[in-house]
Design a protein around this ligand. Structure first.
Ligand code: NAD
Ligand code: LMR
Length: 340
């Protein structure tokens, strides 16, 4: 059996050497915020991905150094660094996937919503450039608060007449990564085999892991499930507090962002049955955006999958998260409408 790089399991490319890229089409990935805490390790991981042929690293400062460093790695992609507004057009043109980790991270005592004012402006200007220079690219949004930055991006792209709901995806993969890790630890199962959908949004109680659907199945008590749910919801805060003022999750986020970008590329390349959780435009609930499993394909989000059956505890969690998620979405929608 001939192994092609397009059928590699999602995280294995980091470990493989001497991969073949002959069957993978040319794909350009742009990272906006590439010199930051997430941006740098994410640039490294994307440089290791054989599905990438061009890697554009953009930031307001520091990208020449990051690009020179990463470009020496002997893998397929050609790396270019771009710095400042004048070079944003070049960074974006021809991109298939744009990953956005640009913005300010939390410090202890802050909520993700406390980042709204500064990050809304950053996301708005970057999305305006995306709408202009690579309107067909998949946009994967890491910048917080994701529950608001995704609606902001949608409004900006709508204002430019180029919004396609299949191509805008909020990255909630870190919640899934955490849920898998914490579940495997508690259930004493092989973490590599664990699957747990996480739905809702990406902040506090809006993060709703569905442990009733976790596999492999384990006999955990209600108390265990409650504790796992809380730890997943507070995972970001756990890291913010441990970093004690030096920012939030960067390494685990880079891993999660790389897994998600890899899934997007696989979908674009026609690999069947690529499913990840993501915060997208949705009719799964009455809210206009919602995270759930989505099937990724040649056009981005090919199908938004439903929630499946929920336990009573999860059903209560779902109802409890809706008011907060609704108001974060509305806050995001209002910003570009006022200023475009
Ligand atoms: P950081 O401060 O280390 O890096 C941010 C980078 O963005 C910096 O290099 C900065 O120069 C750059 N930047 C600022 N304005 C820019 C602009 N207009 N254009 C391009 N680049 C710009 O922060 P970080 O730790 O990398 O976190 C980045 C963001 O990701 C934060 O908002 C954080 O809350 C969020 N985050 C999200 C998740 C998630 O699960 N979605 C997880 C972790 C962090
Ligand atoms: C995370 O979940 O780690 C990120 O959203 C960063 C944060 O502020 O918690």
């Amino acid at each position: 059996l001939r192994r092609s790089s397009t059928v590699a399991p999602s995280s294995s490319y980091v470990l493989r050497r001497g991969f073949s890229s002959e069957s993978a089409p040319e794909r350009k990935v742009a990272i906006l915020g590439a010199a930051g805490g997430i941006g740098q390790p994410l640039s490294l991981l994307m440089k290791l991905n054989p599905l990438v042929s061009k890697l554009a690293l953009y930031d307001i400062a520091g990208t020449p150094g990051v690009a020179a460093d990463v470009s020496h790695i002997n893998t397929r992609s050609e790396v270019t660094g771009y710095m400042g507004d004048d070079q944003l057009k070049q960074a974006l043109e021809g991109s298939d996937v744009v990953v956005i980790p640009a913005g300010v991270p939390r410090k202890p005592g802050m909520t993700r919503d406390d980042l709204f004012n500064i990050n809304a402006g950053i996301v708005k200007s970057l999305c305006a450039a995306i709408g202009k220079y690579c309107p067909n690219a998949l946009v994967t949004m890491i910048s917080n608060p994701v529950n608001s930055t995704v609606p902001i991006a949608a409004e900006v792209l709508k204002g430019l007449g180029v919004y396609d709901e299949k191509k805008l995806l909020g990255v909630t993969t870190l919640d899934v990564v955490r849920a898998k890790t914490f579940y495997a630890g508690k259930a004493k199962v092989n973490v590599a085999e664990v699957n747990v959908p996480v739905v809702g949004g990406h902040a506090g109680i809006t993060i709703l892991p569905l442990f009733s659907q976790a596999s492999p199945r384990a006999n955990l008590s209600d108390e265990d499930i409650k504790a796992l749910t809380k730890r997943t919801q507070d995972g970001g805060t756990e890291v913010v507090e441990a970093k004690a003022g030096k920012g939030s999750a960067t390494l685990s986020m880079a891993y999660a962002g790389a897994i998600f970008a890899d899934a997007c590329l696989k979908g674009l390349n026609g690999v069947p049955d690529v499913v990840e959780c993501s915060f997208v435009q949705s009719t799964v609930t009455e809210l206009p955006f919602f995270a759930s499993k989505v099937r990724l394909g040649k056009n981005g989000v090919e199908e938004v999958l439903g929630l499946g059956s929920l336990s009573d505890f999860e059903q209560q969690g779902l109802e409890a998260l809706k008011p907060e998620l609704k108001s974060s979405i509305e806050k995001g929608i209002k910003i570009p409408r006022r200023n475009l």
